[in-house]
Design a protein around this ligand. Sequence first.
Ligand code: PMP
Length: 416
Amino acid sequence: MSAPEIYEQIESDVRTYCRQFPVEFRAARGSSLTDVDGRRYLDLMSAAGSLNYGHNHPIIKAAVIDYLAGDGPVQSLDLHTEAKTEFIRTFRDTVFAPRNIDYKIQFAGPTGSNCVEAALKIARVATGRSTVAAFTGGFHGGSLGALAVSSNRKKRSAAGVTLPGAVFLPYDGALDSLSESLGYVEMVATESATGVDKPAAFILETIQGEGGVATASTAWLRGVADIAARHDILLIVDDIQAGCGRTGSFFSFEDAGIEPDIVCLAKSVGGLGLPMALVLLKRPLDVLPRGSHAGTFRGQNLSFVAGTAALGLWSDREFLNGIDNVVTGLETFSAEVGHIPGATPRGRGALRGVHFSNGAVAGQIVQRAFEAGILLETSGADSDVVKIMPPLTTPLDELSDALNIVLSLIKETSYV
Ligand code: PMP
C-alpha cells in the first residue's frame, strides 16, 4: 500500500493539516522540511507555534541525545528528576527573575488543552464562581472545558454535548470602538443587568492564533486587566501559541505591561517540538487539592531537557538578534501587504496574518505556496486569513525569499 492509500484507508477522516500537503516528509532541519522525493519546503507554520526554535535545533537536539544516551528517566509522572529540577531552576532564572514575577508552576498533561483545563479549574475553585468569560474568535483547545471557552462553531458542535460554564464577550475590534468593547466587559464584571453571572475569570489570547490572527491592542489588554483587577476577576492569558518568543519577547503580554493572574504555556516550551504544558499561577491561586489535576504524562523528561536547552538560547546574542531580524522582515512584509487591495495585514512580532476580503483567496494562496515549496496555513473561522509564523531561527535570506514569493502570490491572486 502506498503512503496516500495508508492514510486514506486507515487514518480517521478527522485529520486536517495533511490534506493541504499530500506528501510524505522524511527530514527536517532549521526552517525547512524535506519530503521523501528530496523536495525541500520552507516552513512558515512552525507546527502551529510548537517549533519556535526551528526543527532539530542542534543545541537542543544534542542535549536530548546526551540525555537518552545516559539512560536518564524518560517518563516519571510528577516525581522529582534531575532534568525537571534543572528545568524549573532555569525557568525561574531565565523567565521569572529578570521580570521580577513570582508565579508557581503547575505541570499539566502535555497538551495546551490540558493546561487550559487546569487554569479553568484553578479560577473556579479559587473564586467559588463557575462562569468564565471568553472572547469572540478565541480558541483554547479541543477538550470539553477548553472547548466551552472557544468560539468556533464547527469545533464546538463536534463536542456533541452542551458546553457549559462560559460566556463570550467581544474581542478587541469586534465592536466599533475600544470604549464600546471595554464598556461591555465592565458591564459584565459589575453584573449590571447583563444577565451574566459574575465571571471567575477572563480568558484571552493577545493574538488569536486560530482566530484569524486578530490582534488585541495594548489599550484593550490594559483595559481588560484593569477591569479584572477592580472587580476581583482573574485574568488568564492563554499564551500557548503567542508565547515562548513568538511576539519577540518571551511572553506576548509583556509589551502591554500587564501581569496576568494565570498564564497557560505549551507548544514551544518543550523546545524541540516535544510536548509539555505549564500553568503559571500567582501564589495565592495555588488552591487545587493535591492530585486533583493528575495526569500520567506530566513527567516528560525529554521535554524538560529540550526546554532547558531552549531557555539557554535566551542569553545567546545571536539567537536574540535572529528574532529581531525575523520580526523586522515580517514588519516590512506586512507594510507591503498593506498596499495590496483586498489584503489586510494582521498580527505583530513573528505571528502574522493576511486577511482577504475575498476569503476564498486565502486557501488558494496556501495551495500555490505549497507548489512553490512553502508551507503555510489558513486561520480564522472562515479560513479567510493566511497565517505566517516562521521559526524564530529562520535565516534572513531564507525568510526574504519565502516572503517575496508569498507577496507575489498575494499580488497575483488577490486581483483574480
Ligand atoms: N490555546 C491556543 C491559543 C492554541 O493555539 C491551541 C492550539 N492551537 C491550544 C490552546 C490547544 O493546544 P493543544 O492543541 O496542544 O491542545
